[in-house]
Design a protein around this ligand. Structure first.
Ligand SMILES: [Zn+2]
Length: 253
């Protein structure tokens, strides 16, 4: 698809609409509830641009990595790329959450991405109560580090923290494919230990891992659009109408 979009071919845009638009809609409904319908047309217009790096020759190849990149593109399009003022920075998180494991850090990071206990439990394949306990400990840990504390700071500062983490990529950071392998259980215990060793020192990688988890979830729960559902979006991007295919028996007659 990316090659077709890069070449501005209708096949690429058709696939973007049928397969990825339901995922975009789901992400908008999560991050901008109540505004999602109004934002969708603008997002699709911005994505209808063959020069976006999302369709470039070095764009992510696998579905879940591409959806993680798509998510950033969608949110940047709505929010702009300037980092908003944040009450929290990564250094504060590092100091407050020193004792937290790599898995617990993902519970907290999914909180910056506004995922509830139940949604996080689903993405992590764990009990909501386990996640709830870690999030409570995190609230107390933050309270101990900040002069001005209130509940829910991770979520209210989510976008700013995400931008800080994106910019904090280091030389030893892992590729997102490593987290796909981790999710799919294709790594050894030694690799898992190494990845987790890195993650407790690197918010950038916690962010990448959580965005892969989010993408994995979004890909699993989204269904492609039917041709009828896709028609108005095709019209919006100026794509030709799809003629109904002749049925097999009609073809024979
Ligand atoms: Zn890293």
């Amino acid at each position: 698809m990316t090659r077709d979009c890069r070449g501005n071919l209708a096949e690429g845009w058709s696939y973007l609409i049928s397969y990825y638009l339901p995922m975009i809609r789901r992400l908008l409904a999560h991050y901008y509830p109540g505004r999602d319908q109004a934002l969708l047309a603008g997002v699709m217009k911005r994505l209808h641009d063959p020069t976006l790096p999302l369709y470039g020759a070095d764009a992510p190849i696998t579905d879940r990595e591409w959806v993680a990149a798509l998510r950033l593109q969608v949110i940047d399009g709505v929010e702009g790329t300037d980092a908003p003022a944040s009450d929290l920075d990564l250094e504060t998180l590092t100091a407050a959450f020193e004792e937290f494991t790599a898995t617990e850090r993902q519970f907290l990071w999914l909180s910056t991405m506004a995922y509830s206990l139940e949604e996080t439990a689903l993405m992590m394949n764990l009990e909501a109560s386990t996640i709830g306990k870690a999030r409570e400990r995190a609230e107390e840990a933050l309270r101990g580090k900040l002069d001005s504390w209130k509940r829910g700071l991770l979520t209210t500062n989510g976008h700013g923290l995400c931008n800080l983490a994106r910019a904090a990529r280091g030389e030893k950071c892992l590729l997102s494919k490593a987290y796909i392998d981790m999710l799919d259980g294709r790594i050894t215990w030694a690799q898992k230990r190494d990845y987790e060793f890195h993650m407790v020192r690197c918010w950038h990688c916690v962010d990448v891992c959580c965005r892969i988890r989010e993408s994995d979830h979004v890909v699993k729960v989204s269904k492609p659009l039917t041709p009828e559902e896709a028609a108005p979006f095709r019209a919006q991007l100026g794509l030709p109408e799809v003629k109904p295919k002749k049925g097999f028996f009609k073809f024979l007659s």
